[in-house]
Design a protein around this ligand. Structure first.
Ligand code: THU
Length: 137
């Protein structure tokens, strides 16, 4: 499938506007592209107890999965800062549950024009995957 990276980044910036981050003041937005072209967005959602905080990337994935989607192509992530923001380890693990390590693309964007595209396998090598739960052959 052809990926409209600019549109995905734009949607991630739109989601960042809804970020609830009164504790860190670090606002993040994400946009997840499904195989059928649907885009699910997410923002980070913090909590006074801190640990229940949910990252933007996981918000997008959980929204999509709870809507019956499991087939994903790409994810764009944006923050406020002028640097590339990569998903945290927990989000990488969640992505690796559903996304192909070889083909899934992660777009780290500083702006609609300035971004890096990485494969999940490069961002999260040697992942613990559902296959690891299977008995040895
Ligand atoms: N955060 C994300 O939403 N995504 C990331 O990739 C890194 C961190 C959020 C969690 C928390 O609300 C704030 O950014 C500071 O860590």
């Amino acid at each position: 499938m052809d990926i409209n990276i600019t549109n995905l980044i734009k949607q991630a910036y739109g989601a960042k506007n809804y970020s609830y981050a009164p504790y860190s003041n670090f606002h993040v937005g994400a946009a997840l592209l499904c195989a059928d072209g649907t885009v699910y967005t997410g923002c980070n959602i913090e909590n006074a107890a801190y640990t229940p905080t949910n990252c933007a990337e996981r918000t997008a994935v959980f929204k999509a999965v709870s809507d019956g989607r499991r087939d994903f192509c790409a994810l764009a992530v944006v923050g406020d800062m002028q640097k590339y923001l990569a998903p945290c380890g927990v989000c990488r693990q969640v992505l690796s549950e559903f996304c192909s390590a070889d083909s899934f693309l992660i777009i780290l964007a500083k702006s609609e024009q300035d971004y890096r595209v990485l494969h999940l396998k490069d961002l999260f090598p040697f992942a613990f995957s559902p296959k690891d739960l299977e008995p040895d052959a």
